[in-house]
Design a protein around this ligand. Structure first.
Ligand SMILES: [Zn+2]
Length: 264
């Protein structure tokens, strides 16, 4: 939930990379490149893939899934990607640091439009800024200069959408993934469309550029991260701390604290 004072940060507030890694400390040292605890680092040796489509990832400042978040990993994996952390930017050009035409960009849309209803059989559908499906999907998709991905929980991504009115000038992409996210049950707060940032990027880029190998490469990185996470959970006691204590755990701790106070 978004209740902190950070919500009232002025429009231009944004933090450029590298992001300071969270205060939820672990015993392991964080990788300076991907920001993950060393046991979860999969960035060693990965080379950025050359893609034609530009990618702008906007990450909500309170996105704190340090263990399983994939925004930074996605940015590292692609040579054309920019990661910005913040709540709002005055325009797409300001967010990117250069002048662009928002009509040539599409934001991965969070609205209720269903890909299957708008374009049966399509995994990815391009809508105009009014939210109507483009008539010539193939050509319109090929002409896109870049895509915008909103990184965070469902409510954080929604906040980014509402706080950046310029997104209404962009076109919109909706996904109808044929397969569920590989996150499975690992994540407590999945996005509504169910896909992680790296999975969304993999799906969109491979379809836009007709290069299945882009999806294969990004998914390989994601699978490595999930594998390391599962292993770490198995062998490291209390490992889940990197993900923040669960609701049940927070409740248990609060109760224990009250009990101690009572008895003191
Ligand atoms: Zn790393």
């Amino acid at each position: 939930m978004m209740t902190s004072a950070a919500n009232d940060t002025p429009a231009t507030d944004s933090v450029a990379e590298p992001l300071a890694v969270g205060s939820a400390s672990t015993d392991s040292v964080d990788c300076a490149r991907c920001g993950k605890p060393a046991v979860l680092c999969v960035c060693a040796g990965i080379e950025p893939l050359a893609v034609k489509t530009r990618v702008l990832i906007l990450q909500h400042p309170q996105e704190q899934d340090r263990a399983l978040g994939t925004a930074r990993l996605t940015a590292l994996r692609l040579d054309n990607a920019v990661l910005k952390i913040g709540l709002s930017w005055p325009s797409l050009s300001k967010a990117l640091g250069r002048t662009v035409d928002p009509q040539q960009w599409a934001v991965l849309y969070l609205g209720s439009a269903k890909a299957a209803e708008l374009a049966p059989g399509q995994e990815i559908v391009l809508l105009n800024k009014k939210g109507e499906a483009e008539a010539h999907q193939g050509a319109a998709l090929r002409d896109l200069e870049g895509i915008i991905l909103l990184d965070g929980t469902w409510s954080q991504a929604k906040a980014l959408w509402w706080r950046n009115a310029w997104m209404l000038k962009c076109r919109r992409l909706i996904l109808g993934p044929l397969k569920p996210s590989r996150y499975g049950k690992l994540r407590r707060e999945p996005r509504k469309d169910g896909l992680s940032t790296i999975e969304s990027a993999a799906m969109v880029l491979s379809r836009l550029e007709r290069r299945p190998e882009v999806e294969v490469a990004l998914m390989e990185t994601f699978e490595q991260l999930l594998e390391k996470y599962r292993t770490a959970k198995k062998i490291t006691p209390g490992f889940d701390r990197t993900n923040g204590p669960s609701k049940g755990e927070r409740f248990r701790r609060a109760q224990a604290m009250r009990k101690r106070r009572k008895n003191a």
